[in-house]
Design a protein. Structure first.
Length: 358
């Protein structure tokens, strides 16, 4: 049996295997082992960057639920992140609630806001739905900003290190690393299994052919609202964890650019793929630091550093356009359609089948 090929399922149990071919199981196992030993091999700064990648991946998975699985483009990610962060901060300051209670509150609060954001999806599509989610983003950020201003916090609201129980306080990057890694693994397994249920199949049916799905009995309105609710709840949790990790929250940080960044993650990694959320989040998170390293290493003109944010945005825009034109399915699509088939047939030549008219 080839390491690259998916074995033919002879029963339902084999058909429902999560990692269907041997090389994928080897890859996943290797990544888990590497993830466990990585803090002992690298510096604390690199672990900090990995923590940022984990937080970004959590939000990207949430966005991929509504945009990748259901086909509903959303620019409300920044608003939902802001809501999750401010829910955690408000509960922590006003009520002094425990860490886990704040996470659950961020999940519920994000889900409620996602449900509200999904209501226009019952009537709107395309650019009109996109603008409605953008409006939700501005509304959430406005109210969070009003709270911050009325409370007199200038530059951000501080938040203390969380206590996760048993006397364990997340006060170092390594502790945060293992905590976020565990959360991310659980969320990934949960989302992969949801994708294989009737809910996931209904979402994919809506994305591919919503009219046909309606004819076949899929309740379009229900599953659209469920997608927004599920996605926004997960993004709210990502916002809550981000607030605790960076130790402060400021509404100025949650701009429209934040939503665009998360959209870039799933476009680069692969729309409709959990693995694509990982690839996109890691690339987008590391890219600014990589560009800054290039500027410093090659001693580029000082003016380059002054306009670094503009250069960063231009690079992101170029990469997004490049993937949309050349490989719309992202890095995961590149792997599935070109790289993997090549190795499956090696040493024979792989030539992609092209439909022709007769």
């Amino acid at each position: 049996m080839s390491l690259w090929k998916t074995p033919i399922a002879s029963n339902y149990k084999k058909d429902m295997v999560l990692f269907d071919y041997p090389l994928l199981r080897i890859w996943v196992g290797s990544m888990i082992v590497l993830g466990l030993i990585l803090p002992f091999l690298t510096s604390s700064y690199f672990i900090h960057l990995m923590n940022l990648c984990f937080l970004a991946t959590l939000g990207a998975i949430g966005l991929n639920i509504v945009t990748g699985y259901t086909g509903l483009v959303s620019l409300g990610t920044g608003g939902f992140l802001c809501a999750g962060a401010f829910i955690a901060v408000i509960l922590n300051i006003e009520l002094h609630t425990p860490f886990w209670v704040n996470i659950i509150a961020a999940l519920i609060g994000g889900s409620i806001l996602g449900f509200i954001a999904g209501l226009p999806a019952l009537r709107l599509k395309g650019i009109y739905l996109l603008l409605s989610t953008l409006a939700i983003h501005f509304i959430i950020v406005y109210f969070c900003g009003r709270y911050q201003i009325l409370k007199g916090y200038i530059g951000g609201i501080p938040i203390s290190d969380p206590n996760i129980g048993a006397g364990v306080v997340l006060n170092t990057t390594i502790k945060w690393y293992y905590f976020l890694l565990a959360i991310l693994i659980m969320v990934t397994i949960f989302c992969l299994n949801v994708e294989r249920t009737h809910i996931g199949r209904a979402w994919i049916a809506l994305r591919d052919r919503d009219i046909v799905a309606n004819i076949l009995g899929v309740n379009i309105g229900y599953y659209k609202l469920l997608s927004f609710t599920f996605s926004s709840g997960l993004i709210g949790v990502a916002g809550c964890l981000t607030a605790y990790y960076v130790h402060f929250v400021a509404y100025e940080e949650f701009t429209i650019w934040t939503s665009v960044i998360y959209l870039a993650m799933i476009i680069i990694g692969g729309i409709g793929s959990i693995a694509g959320s990982y690839f996109g989040a890691f690339i987008v998170t590391f890219l600014p630091y990589f560009l800054h390293w290039i500027v410093e290493s090659f001693r580029l003109p000082t003016r380059m550093e002054l306009y670094f944010s503009s250069v960063e945005q231009a690079v992101f825009g170029f990469i997004m356009i490049l993937f949309l034109l050349v490989e719309p399915m992202g890095l995961v699509g590149l792997w599935r359609l070109k790289v993997r088939p090549y190795f499956e047939l090696w040493p024979f030549k792989y030539r992609r089948a092209i439909a022709t008219r007769r």
